[in-house]
Design a protein around this ligand. Structure first.
Ligand SMILES: [Zn+2]
Length: 166
């Protein structure tokens, strides 16, 4: 069992922290075992609100979640709080359609949801990743652009994923 991060919360007018602990499974998922679950997601209660821990952790590592965005699991495991398995997406249908038509540019986010996992790169995206220059910070830029984790970009570049791509 490992301790991840301290989750701050107010108690009797004072800020207290509670450790978020987890175990690592065979997929590299960090399975939270310190917090209760709601709809499969480990959650904390802060300021009268229920906060899903995977969102909390994503923000810890990446900053505030943009409006209208969701934090998705590339591993499809709701109990997982590994920041490497988390990435931004949007659940709106409009975004789905725009993504399908390949209209996304720059900061736009791909759709997300059980039926349409945004962890998947298109052949076109892979081609762009392979053809892009290796510069400082571009792994993150490409990851944001295509709505995947920086690890996913690395796996494409190091030819561990999409080995057949040109
Ligand atoms: Zn995971």
């Amino acid at each position: 069992m490992k301790t991840y991060i301290e989750e701050p919360r107010m108690s009797m007018g004072r800020t207290k922290t509670r450790a978020i602990t987890y175990t690592v499974d065979k997929n590299g998922c960090h399975i939270c075992n310190s917090h209760k679950r709601s709809q499969g997601y480990p959650v904390a209660h802060r300021g009268g609100k229920t906060v899903r821990l995977h969102r909390y952790i994503w923000e810890k590592y990446n900053g505030a979640i943009p409006d209208g965005s969701c934090v998705c699991h590339s591993c499809d495991n709701r109990q997982c709080i590994n920041p490497e398995h988390l990435h931004l997406g949007s659940s709106t249908d409009n975004m789905n359609e725009a993504w399908d038509r390949n209209r996304f540019e720059g900061r736009a986010l791909p759709p997300c949801g059980e039926a349409n996992p945004c962890s998947k790169l298109t052949a076109k995206a892979v081609k762009e990743i392979l053809n892009s220059k290796w510069e400082k910070g571009d792994r993150l830029r490409l990851a944001r652009k295509f709505g995947v984790t920086p690890t996913a970009i690395y796996l494409v570049r190091s030819r561990q994923n999409w080995k057949h791509a040109q």
